[in-house]
Design a protein around this ligand. Sequence first.
Ligand code: ADE
Length: 297
Amino acid sequence: MSKKILFSALTSLMLCICSVSPVSALETETQAQTEPVQEAQAQPEAMTAQEQQLQNGTIGIISAMDNEISLLLENIDNVQEEQFAGRTYYSGELCGHHVVIVKAGIGKVRAATGAAALLDHYDLSGVIFTGIAGGTGDETQVLDVVIATDLVQHDYGQITDDGYEWTGRNNDVGGYYYCDPILVQQAYESAKNVVGEEHTFMGTIATGDQFVASESYVNQLQKKFGALACEMEGASVASVCEEYDKPYVVIRTMSDKADGKAILTYLFMRDDAADHSCKIVMDMLTGLKDPEEGSKR
Ligand code: ADE
């Protein structure tokens, strides 16, 4: 072998060794270590099983009155109607979600039986109650929105010669029903999108079988329960959802202030208020389906 050939063979060998020198090997190793870390940082947080169910499953939507679902029924696609338990159930696609919508009726009994029939018949991943209410918080004005974090039956108790005394439901959680935190958060974000943050509230809603049109009773609802709104169905639907182990939330837009002028204000404002809640439901469905899209709005 000539010296020239030997030299060129040695040079090639050196080049080869250099290309896997400790420094470059370390660099490669460091890259190998950092790349997956960067990738992990870029990954969105994994969805929980419940978030996935809410994203892909069927959502039940309940109201008390026709005007509280009319905007939803104008927007539902591929609708199919079923009649049972004295009600019409509309299933179809709304804002990318499969939904079943029912007007259950006014008051705790009709709301509860409507919710039970809905949950018996359909396999739902969650329940949204949509509708209107009387504002009982100092700050909750007509057309403001209250997303229930919890609900209470304000007319559940005992009557003695000393008068009516609220006892709450007979269990150990103090008479309150707690809405699902994921649905509450999504409803809150959607309400802000639809009516603005200054008109959106989260808190306790008081339910009873009475239309409240009394300032003194509003004061009691505030003092006893810290209620921001009163209505006639929410807590009973909550109670049924708990029995069926389904997540739920209640969305209410104020049609009145539950005061001495409430009946008149209610008559003027109920349709606009009902539409607000429907718009929030639609925004919510979009957000649940596509959290990325939801966060952009
Ligand atoms: N729904 C709307 N307004 C209401 C009120 N003042 N009392 C009970 N339910 C209502």
